[in-house]
Design a protein around this ligand. Structure first.
Ligand code: ZN
Ligand code: ZN
Length: 257
């Protein structure tokens, strides 16, 4: 039992599966990955991720505009709420701030992030946050919107322990990708060791960031198994314990009312 809490099924390389997404999902299942959350990144793929979620009963979707796509996607709160009104759309995002790759669009990223947080509160669906090199702004914008109905996940976490602690304080959970297996990821490993197990999710972010020993290759959902095994080792718990706990965490975040 394992959940890939963040993947881009509309972008993964299906060459090994003769172009058949179902086979990629089956391959993941054979590695114990029973459910997947397919993430929306802009207005143009919202329909596609919904269709994927409609096609496969173990796939869910989210809708939102990625911080690196804000310049081409003018979205409103109403639009997000409308896009999210679908039984298999369980989250809003990915949204957030990425000052590393796109410092020039900071203002647009911030206003888009505000809109997504509003939509998350209105729909009572968790928000999926992408943040890089934007610690202070990310935390302070979430804090502005903080309320009982706002919850979510910091996906593909690459920041330090103080930032993780602030995220937890705000009621968010933290998701680790294959980056935690990389040689130079000591700071992330510290976070992964120290946060409570019941605040942790696992993901591939496929097709990006394949974990060791597949680093540099195209990533796919079945490799979330490597991330989970690595984290179990790091925490000194059995793989089954970590798989079960992260799956329960996923359910609590996305399916509890
Ligand atoms: Zn991301
Ligand atoms: Zn992503």
């Amino acid at each position: 039992m394992l959940v890939d809490s963040h993947c881009h099924l509309d972008r993964i390389d299906l060459t090994p599966y003769n172009g058949d997404l179902e086979q990629a999902i089956m391959a993941a299942k054979q590695c114990g990955v029973e459910r997947l959350l397919c993430i929306g990144t802009d207005l143009s793929n919202a329909q596609q991720v919904k269709e994927i979620a409609e096609t496969f009963n173990n796939v869910y979707a989210s809708v939102g505009v990625h911080p690196l796509d804000v310049t081409n996607n003018n979205v409103s709160v109403e639009q997000l709420v409308e896009l999210a009104s679908h039984s298999k759309v369980v989250g809003i995002g990915e949204t957030g701030l990425d000052y590393y790759y796109s410092p020039e669009s900071k203002d647009q990223q911030r206003s888009s992030f505000h809109l997504h947080l509003e939509a998350a509160k209105l729909t009572r669906k968790p928000v999926i946050i992408h943040t890089r090199d934007a610690k202070e702004d990310t935390i302070s914008i979430i804090r502005e919107h903080s309320c009982d109905s706002l919850k979510g996940v910091f996906h593909c976490f690459t920041e330090d322990l103080p930032m993780a602690e602030q995220a937890l304080e705000l009621g968010f959970v933290i998701s680790f990708s294959g980056i935690v297996t990389f040689k130079n990821a000591d700071a992330i490993r510290q976070v992964a060791k120290q946060i409570p197990l019941d605040k942790m999710l696992v993901e591939t972010d496929s097709p990006y960031l394949a974990p060791v020993p597949f680093r540099g290759k195209k990533n796919e959902p079945k490799y979330v198994r490597e991330v989970a095994e690595y984290l179990a080792d790091l925490r000194g718990v059995g793989y089954e314990v970590l798989a079960k706990q992260t799956s329960e965490n996923f359910d609590r975040l996305f399916f509890s009312k």
